[in-house]
Design a protein around this ligand. Structure first.
Ligand code: XUL
Ligand code: CO
Length: 426
């Protein structure tokens, strides 16, 4: 491959400099990839990933204003800039020292005027991606299909009232799974972009949910057919763009998967900014998914507690990352999932180096969260307090409730023992 001009000229590989001063922002002060904590290297606990759509396709446009981020890779025809974007992205991943990336099919290569043309574009661009992956050792954390941006999906994809739109989405997912196999993706994500409704009056909820379940069953079947070994993930979100999204939160998705017998084929990709949009605390869905053995990966971002929007900010609060990492350690890690920065620089952050500063800040915040979580787990204080809180379930009637052998009659006898004089006994 011809040598490429650098896109981030003057920016060296980011290194760990724990004693750097406050003005030194192009270094890690906490993230030390090789350092071993609880028997595992930091980079293996954290499994960071850079997302393609915000960091390399984002323009800074919002509903009130035009693009502000003029990137040097967005030049030439759509196919030319798709190739430049790939080179810029791999230079960035390498300099940042992140081993994984994520992308939608349509971030990687432009949509053509037919499905065949879109697929050809994807083939051509992913040939370059494959080459860059083998040159650098950087891997795909997950691939997903964009089933929400094109006008055809305005009424949803797998829940569209027109079966031919559902079929188009199915064909797009078929190609997405083939690309996942070609690039060795470790996961494949389904975010229910417009799977939901704006008005209940024109919506057959039962039919739409069944169609969505059958759509997932087709994907499972094709994955098995082509021998794709990756983990399937569903990413919950309660609202935006739809008024109500079917994949509202972790428990709604777990209920859906169990109802349709799909729970052994999927785990969840939890995005905390979606969790807070659902009215929960930052860590809520991480903990709920993990409790049911369903936490597969995390879209590591944050919103602002004073806003009800999905602002996709870089996570910078060590209390949040401590709780996430405590849950991750307690479940034995996130692999084959990871911490994917589904986050964007603000539209005013127009300098190229801001992309580095944002990721470095978030990686350091997670490193501090990891160190805190390790300390909490190793000193055992909180674990001991929680154990003590439930100690009545380790013997007698508590033990019988624990193992499921207790009866309501025994509850009544227990009540006589605990509160004599307040019952019929007197
Ligand atoms: C949307 C969102 C998506 C998914 C992938 O809110 O988070 O970027 O992560 O489609
Ligand atoms: Co996301």
């Amino acid at each position: 491959m011809a040598a490429q001009a650098e896109f981030f000229a003057g920016i060296p590989k980011i290194s760990y400099l724990p004693n750097a001063g406050a003005r030194d922002v192009m270094c890690f002060k906490h993230y030390n990839a090789e350092e071993v904590l609880m028997g595992r290297r930091m980079e293996d606990w954290l499994r960071f990933s850079v997302c393609y759509w915000h960091s390399f396709c984002g323009t800074g446009a919002d509903p009130f204003g035009f693009p502000t981020l003029h990137r040097p890779w967005n030049e030439g025809t759509p196919m030319e800039s798709a190739k430049k974007r790939l080179h810029a992205a791999f230079e960035f991943f390498t300099k940042l020292g992140v081993k994984y990336y994520t992308f939608h099919d349509r971030d990687m290569a432009p949509e053509g005027s037919t499905l065949e043309e879109s697929n050809r574009n994807l083939d051509e661009i992913t040939d370059v991606a494959l080459q860059l992956q083998s040159q650098t050792g950087i891997k795909v954390l997950w691939v997903t299909c964009n089933l929400f941006a094109h006008q055809r999906y305005m009424n949803g994809a797998a829940t569209n009232p027109d079966c031919h739109v559902l079929a188009f989405a199915g064909a797009q997912v078929k190609k997405g799974l083939e690309i996942a196999k070609k690039l060795g993706a470790e996961n494949f994500v389904f975010w229910g972009g417009r799977e939901g409704f704006l008005s209940i009056h024109n919506t057959d909820v039962a039919a739409e949910l069944k169609h969505m379940a059958n759509f997932f069953k087709m994907a499972v079947k094709y994955k098995e057919k082509i021998g794709l070994k990756c983990q399937f993930l569903i990413e919950p979100k309660p609202k935006e763009p739809c008024r109500h999204q079917y994949d509202y939160d972790a428990m709604s998705v777990i209920g859906f998967l169990k109802h349709y017998g799909l729970e052994s084929h999927f785990k969840l990709n939890i995005e905390p900014n979606h969790t807070t949009l659902a009215g929960h605390s930052y860590e809520h869905d991480i903990v709920m998914a993990s409790t049911f053995g369903m936490l597969g990966s995390v879209d590591s971002n944050t919103g602002s507690s004073d806003l009800g929007w999905d602002t996709d900010q870089f996570p910078m609060d060590i209390r949040d990352t401590t709780l996430v990492m405590k849950t991750v350690i307690e479940q034995g890690g996130l692999q084959p999932g990871g911490l994917n920065f589904d986050a964007k620089v603000r539209r005013e952050s127009t300098d190229l180096e801001d992309l580095f500063i944002a990721h470095i800040g978030a990686m350091d915040t997670f490193a501090r969260g990891l160190r805190n979580a390790v300390r909490i787990i190793e000193d055992g204080l909180i674990t001991g307090m929680v154990k003590e809180r439930y100690s009545s379930f380790s013997h007698g009637i508590g033990q019988k409730v624990e193992d499921g052998s207790a009866t309501l009659e025994e509850m009544e006898v227990d009540n006589f023992k605990i509160c004599p004089g307040t019952t019929d006994e007197k």
